[in-house]
Design a protein. Structure first.
Length: 110
């Protein structure tokens, strides 16, 4: 059931109309991994747009730093290390850019 949520979200947004195709792509494919191990379609490398790649990184990071009923939130540093440890599943260049962007936004907020 959990692995179906991208398709459910995609179908609901598509039915609502006027949602940009890039957003539909993100909703449908945000659990795809560069090595093909993701879902729902097992896309690989060049089949995954840059926007989806970035949203996947953001989604994983967000899930790690948010409090869950089954575990406490991780620190930003620990969550970032997990992104690095995911190796070829994520776009390493975007993971590095994500870290830089996070530092910049934290500095601006201070």
């Amino acid at each position: 059931m959990m692995r179906k949520h991208p398709e459910y979200g995609f179908d609901a947004l598509k039915a609502a109309g006027s949602v940009p195709s890039e957003m539909l792509d993100i909703v449908l494919h945000h659990h795809e991994m560069l090595d093909g191990s993701g879902y729902p379609h097992g896309l690989q490398d060049h089949e995954i747009s840059d926007l989806v790649r970035l949203m996947t990184i953001s989604d994983v990071f967000g899930a790690l730093i948010e409090r869950r009923s089954y575990r406490p939130p991780l620190s930003g540093e620990a969550a970032y290390q997990i992104l690095l440890d995911m190796g070829p599943r994520l776009d390493r260049h975007l993971v590095r850019a994500f870290k830089f962007a996070s530092r910049v936004s934290q500095s601006a907020a201070a």
